[in-house]
Design a protein around this ligand. Structure first.
Ligand SMILES: [Zn+2]
Length: 441
């Protein structure tokens, strides 16, 4: 049964025996893919008279859009805030490794750094689609340096800056180019932050509020200027107070402009946020929840001591300490772990848990027409999961044409069997399956 060659020579893949996350429901439907895009089967049958070239039996798995991590500082020994000459190989390593945790797109995140670091690192970040090389890079998330001294957390104090003298020009001079920047986290109580937020928003850069002592009216004003995100809600901001709920109050504010939605990031690792806080946020504003890992270079490394930059850390399960102390030094939970913890902690549906790591970050970045959903014509970045949301396989659409025709469309990038006990399949195997009717033959 050939595909319709008059429309495209590309093979058509049909994933059968699965439950697909579509329109916020798990639906028993097949998933059709061609040329790295989700295909509308009705159009294929009735308009093109085409059929599947390759059928893959998913054995009743869940199929969900790939996860999008909008705050990840590194992982697998790589720190995105280190200005190395070989920054690209670090990004490539992380891009490749996070696939096994279901992440198909991410925003490499830099903590507060001196201008020299931004000038060196940012030109080495290229926005690119996912493919055989790994997860897609959506652009950088710069957390700081325009943040509050009082809520700086682990950010180096001597690098913090303000907008007082030149506002947006200060920001430009600090970062250098804006081309690859997707998100900027800043403290809205800073003087002239309103005009900076407007300038960034005008350029399609998402402004996030965080590491801040802003009260609610300052936060609302920032949203009216264009801010749409809150960086790791509850962490590094004023605690909720009933007379002035601070940035947290944005979740139920009645001063959000009509038609706009404020999203908030949460580190759902069971350590950085208490489950009760997760539940409060989720119940107050479920459609704004965006799961982030905020992972540091220790994510993905084995338990024990590691030297990361200037620091020696000790990894013990999901806890990471500065070696020899009980000081927590950052998150090492992977995105799939965060999704499972969120599901368990909130008692929400599987659909809602998956959307918090896929649809919502895509909506935040305004890319939901191609990522974060399994709608027709979306990018074919998707996951196969079991009922407890363990990732069984990650598929990522290939954008480049340098690959063999059969592989050009769908790539299967699996975890290492030894590391996670999951299946390990290579692209070569998929190529062989290309001529086979079923998953297991
Ligand atoms: Zn932070």
């Amino acid at each position: 049964m050939p595909s319709n060659k008059s429309v495209s020579d590309a093979p058509i893949f049909q994933f059968t025996n699965c439950r697909i996350l579509r329109n916020s429901q798990l639906q028993r439907e097949d998933l059709w893919v061609r040329e790295g895009k989700i295909l509308n089967p009705e159009k294929l049958f009735f308009d093109e008279k085409g059929f599947a070239d390759i059928q893959l039996d998913c054995k009743d798995s869940i199929i969900a859009p790939g996860f999008i991590d909008v705050q990840i500082n590194g992982g697998f020994g790589v720190d995105f805030s280190l200005a190395t000459d070989d920054f690209k190989s670090g990004i490539n390593l992380v891009s490749q490794k996070i696939l096994s945790h279901g992440v198909t797109s991410f925003c490499p995140t830099l903590v507060t750094s001196p201008p020299s670091v931004y000038h060196k690192v940012l030109p080495q970040i290229s926005i690119r689609n996912g493919g055989a090389h790994g997860a897609g890079v959506l652009g950088a998330h710069l957390e700081g340096p325009f943040i509050s001294r009082e809520k700086k957390g682990a950010h180096p104090e001597h690098c913090l800056r303000t907008f007082e003298s030149g506002a947006f020009q200060d920001l430009l001079a600090t970062y250098g180019a804006l081309d690859c920047i997707r998100i900027v986290t800043l403290a809205p109580e800073m003087k002239r932050s309103g005009e900076v937020i407007e300038e960034l928003t005008k350029r399609g850069i998402c402004v996030s509020l965080g590491h801040s002592v802003a009260n609610l009216s300052q936060a609302e004003e920032a949203v009216q200027h264009g801010a749409t995100f809150i960086t790791h809600l509850f962490n590094a901001m004023l605690p909720f107070h009933h007379r002035d709920p601070g940035i947290v109050g944005l979740l139920t504010s009645d001063k959000i402009p009509t038609g706009r939605r404020v999203f908030y990031g949460m580190i759902s690792d069971g350590i950085h946020t208490n489950p009760a806080a997760l539940r409060i946020a989720h119940r107050a504003h479920p459609k704004g929840m965006v799961l982030v890992t905020d992972a540091i270079a220790g994510m993905g490394l084995a338990p024990g001591r590691h030297t990361l930059g200037q620091q020696v850390i000790e990894i013990d399960g999901l806890n990471t300490y500065i070696a020899g102390t009980k000081t927590l030094s950052g998150s090492v939970a992977t995105m799939d772990t965060c999704v499972r913890h969120f599901l368990e902690a909130t008692g929400c549906t599987v659909e809602k848990a998956l959307e918090a790591a896929s649809l919502h970050p895509a909506q935040l970045l305004g890319i939901e027409h191609k990522k974060g959903t399994l709608d027709y014509d979306s990018d074919a970045d998707f996951l196969m999961l079991d009922d407890s949301l363990h990732v069984q396989a990650t598929y990522i659409a290939a954008a480049a044409s340098s690959l063999q025709p059969c592989l050009q469309r769908v790539h299967q990038c699996f975890a290492d069997k030894g590391e996670h006990g999951r299946d390990h399949h290579t692209v070569d195997q998929l190529e062989r399956w290309g001529s086979c009717p079923s998953w297991n033959t």
